[in-house]
Design a protein around this ligand. Structure first.
Ligand SMILES: *[C@@H]1O[C@H](CO)[C@@H](O)[C@H](O)[C@H]1NC(C)=O
Ligand SMILES: *[C@@H]1O[C@H](CO)[C@@H](O)[C@H](O)[C@H]1NC(C)=O
Length: 467
């Protein structure tokens, strides 16, 4: 969503920045920061950031089954731009459903990290788990500077962080549906430009440092949103250098299993977790008339050859649908919704391009963000739906779930009348948890994070499938 930023710009420029919130650079010369995990098949990628001033060319992780005996070691690779090094080490051939301990080894002027642990993905036979799902978040530190106080979604990102920390032990991994740090919105503020040599990178760093308590112990799977494309979504001032455009920062700062799944880096990829095959699509670029693609304001993309993303999606879903006896659930995520009562958030071209493929291979659910609220539709197929609470048992279409209300500087959606296919809307700050109970049953629960103390349940449904 972009409209509210334009509206709130005068507010920002006229100086709401009083009290001493400072953007300290959280990347240290002598210590690994922003430690983050992401799945690879039978393993885990450990990623972290160091300052490019540090003499730290290597990326080594020690790991093992016992905290006091990290008897294995793996080396990785590093990419560098701006003032940071981004390190990635792939731990391969791990045992499923098993706790591993790890520590980033000292290198050059950089010391060791603390010791952390994670649990590997289970096999389908051992398939119960909970994934925490959220979208459209934003730096927790700076949001208060530009909030419109009456809008709940503008003021809650810190509460969301607290709520996610409270849910950490009941979460097997996190899934962020795009629009992560909103560094581009904050970057637009000339105020920050005067204070920091590179505020865009500093804001991205700050967001990742904040996430470390979550991402160092649970995989933090992420997909691309429009706010990841370049440093200024609205080119009021086009300050963005080449290295701040075309998803450069997003591609360097995460390491999703694009290579392992035949997709493209962090932009389109898939992975298995227990009884679910998760598929990530890029709703921004790399399909005809894509909203952030070549020739648009954001002018990004063409990462793959012509048609590569859609061809990959078709192949990936075809394979997944052919092994449903083993892995029955197929869940797709992309940033932009195909259906929404917030009509200006709907991506019609995404629906036209992706939905027929998702229907063909009987995808169970499609998760999106972009609209800054929570919404659930009835299962939809070719525009048809059945307005009946029982339609979630053996659904005849795809259930569309939008969870874009983690809190962000552009605030929430205005009141609208629900679309005909809409089953539940919440304007509150929220995130969801999907609990896969069995081959046929899942429970979807949405928590209000206006206050992390209460975390009231605002929506809950059972989904029962049969393939
Ligand atoms: C974006 O990056 C990709 C990969 O490096 C490159 O092929 C493409 O030409 C770039 N697009 C633009 C608009 O610069
Ligand atoms: C959404 O679902 C919750 C719980 O199932 C219910 O209390 C609430 O009234 C629903 N909201 C709407 C708009 O239907």
């Amino acid at each position: 969503m972009v409209i509210l930023v334009l509206l709130s710009l005068p507010l920002i420029v006229s100086g709401q920045f009083s009290v001493g919130i400072s953007l300290s650079v959280c990347v240290k010369d002598n210590q690994p920061t922003q430690i983050r995990l992401a799945f690879i098949p039978n393993g885990m990628t450990v990623s972290w950031t160091t300052s490019s001033k540090a003499n730290s060319p290597t990326s080594v992780v020690k790991y093992g089954l016992s905290k006091t005996n990290l008897n294995k070691q793996a080396s990785g690779y590093v990419t560098t731009y701006g003032t940071s090094n981004f390190h990635n080490v792939l731990l391969k051939g791990l045992t499923p459903n098993t706790i591993y301990y790890y520590q980033i080894a000292a290198s050059g002027t950089v010391g060791t990290s603390g010791k952390y642990s994670f649990k590997t993905a289970p096999e389908p036979s051992n398939g119960q788990f909970t994934v925490t799902i959220l979208g459209d978040w934003g730096s927790t530190k700076f949001l208060s500077l530009i909030r419109i106080p009456t809008d709940p979604v503008c003021s809650c990102s810190g509460e969301t962080l607290k709520a996610l920390k409270k849910k950490l032990s009941s979460t097997d991994f996190f899934w962020h549906l795009g629009d992560a740090a909103y560094a581009d919105d904050f970057y637009l503020q000339t105020y920050y430009k005067r204070l920091f040599p590179d505020p865009y990178e500093a804001l991205l760093d700050d967001f990742q440092c904040t996430l470390q308590p979550l991402s160092s112990t649970k995989s933090y799977m992420i997909l691309p949103g429009n706010h990841e494309v370049k440093c200024a979504e609205i080119p009021v001032y086009d300050y963005c250098s080449k290295s701040n455009s075309n998803f450069t920062t997003f591609l360097d700062r995460y390491r999703m299993p694009g290579i392992e799944s035949g997709g493209f880096s962090n932009l389109w990829y898939s992975f298995d977790y227990g009884l679910v095959h998760f598929v990530i699509i890029n709703t921004e670029t790399d399909f005809p008339s894509s909203p952030s693609g070549r020739g648009t304001l954001l002018n990004a993309g063409n990462f793959g050859t012509k048609g590569a993303q859609l061809k990959w999606l078709e192949n990936d879903l075809k394979k997944a649908n052919n092994r449903r006896a083993q892995i029955p659930w197929i869940i797709v995520g992309g940033h932009r919704p195909f259906y929404s009562s917030a009509f200006d958030s709907i991506c019609d071209i995404c629906r036209a391009v992706f939905e027929p493929i998702l229907i063909k291979y009987k995808v169970d659910m499609y998760f999106s963000g972009h609209a800054h609220w929570y919404e659930r539709t009835y299962p939809i197929k070719n525009g048809k739906f059945n307005k009946n609470p029982n339609s979630y048992t053996h659904p005849t279409g795809i259930i569309h779930l939008t969870t874009g209300a983690a809190g962000n500087p552009e605030c929430g959606e205005g009141q609208v009348s629900p679309a005909s296919y809409s089953a539940n809307i919440s304007y509150q700050c929220s995130f969801g948890q999907l609990r896969i109970n069995s081959r046929t049953n899942a429970k979807w629960t949405v928590f209000d994070t206006t206050s992390s103390k209460n975390m009231k349940i605002i929506d809950q449904i059972d989904i029962n499938i049969k393939h």
